[in-house]
Design a protein around this ligand. Structure first.
Ligand code: C5P
Length: 259
């Protein structure tokens, strides 16, 4: 496909997680950030990027509050904006992605899968992912270099356990490591094939699948990496929420955007 070929792109926003680690007693997507639910920030960012013909929001099954919120947002969208589709999520993130894929409109060429929890992802990241797909990549992910040294560990047993609960088994080569973000972009047929193949995984293997790119890697299809953004942090813990609030309201101010 040539560089100039426009792709009909659907963005699946997975927002069906429980958000237990955030500890608000409500789905994470509904937790307020800068006075608005986390999900609204994510949706505004996607729409502003202009990459989506359709935005498919995957919500916790039966959550009327988030459904209403999305309904109001649909009315806010100007004519000519993306189609906004709402679907119920599943038990795992992969189930939620599959529910989103099933609701993509006919003629969709490419799909971006985005965590609602990465609510402050700058437009530039959406553009880099979409541009790599338009240039011919079948799979592309945004990444950042890892600043920490990363080690592997195993549980100690016997006499060792007197020193500590874990012992180091190795050190990864930091220059080869990347921290992976969303949106992850795929040609639709590649993602469909990857999820179909995932049906053959056993329970333990399925539990180890933490992103969509992993499933594409298993097909042997190359997954390309573009630059992500520190602003695209995944709001998971209360401390992440403080960082995100700081990005919106702190000394750097709402205008601060890290490309
Ligand atoms: O649990 P984790 O932090 O990996 O979730 C990443 C994203 O996947 C979140 O945006 C969450 O709402 C979504 N998710 C989902 N359905 C699930 C589990 C997680 O849509 N069953």
């Amino acid at each position: 496909m040539s560089e100039s070929t426009p792709l009909v792109t659907g963005v699946i926003v997975v927002a069906a997680g429980s958000g237990q680690r955030l500890g608000y007693g409500m789905p994470k997507a509904a937790v307020p950030l800068g006075g608005e639910p986390i999900l609204m920030h994510a949706l505004r960012g996607i729409v502003a990027s202009g990459v989506a013909s359709q935005v498919c929001v995957v919500l916790p099954a039966g959550d009327e509050g988030l459904r209403r919120l999305c309904g109001d947002f649909r009315e806010e969208l100007a004519d000519g904006g993306p189609l906004l589709t709402l679907v119920d999520g599943g038990a795992t993130r992969a189930d939620s992605v599959r529910a989103g894929m099933a609701a993509l409109m006919e003629g969709t060429d490419a799909v971006l899968v985005h965590d609602a929890a990465r609510a402050l992802t700058p437009e530039s990241v959406f553009h880099r992912v979409a541009e790599a797909l338009a240039a011919g990549a079948a799979a592309v992910i945004p990444v950042l270099p890892v600043v920490d040294t990363v080690k592997t560990v195993a549980a100690t047993s016997g006499e060792d356990s007197m020193f500590a609960p874990e012992v180091v088994t190795g050190t990864a080569r930091r220059e080869e490591l990347r921290a992976v973000q969303t949106p992850q972009g795929f040609k639709l047929d590649t993602l469909v094939q990857a999820h179909r193949a995932a049906g053959g995984l056993d329970r333990q293997q399925s539990a180890a699948v933490t992103d969509d790119a992993m499933l594409v890697e298993m097909l042997g299809t190359p997954v390309y990496a573009v630059r992500g953004s520190t602003q695209s942090l995944k709001i998971t813990t209360p401390l992440d929420l403080i960082f995100a609030e700081g990005l919106l309201e702190g000394p750097l101010g709402a205008r601060w955007v890290e490309g």
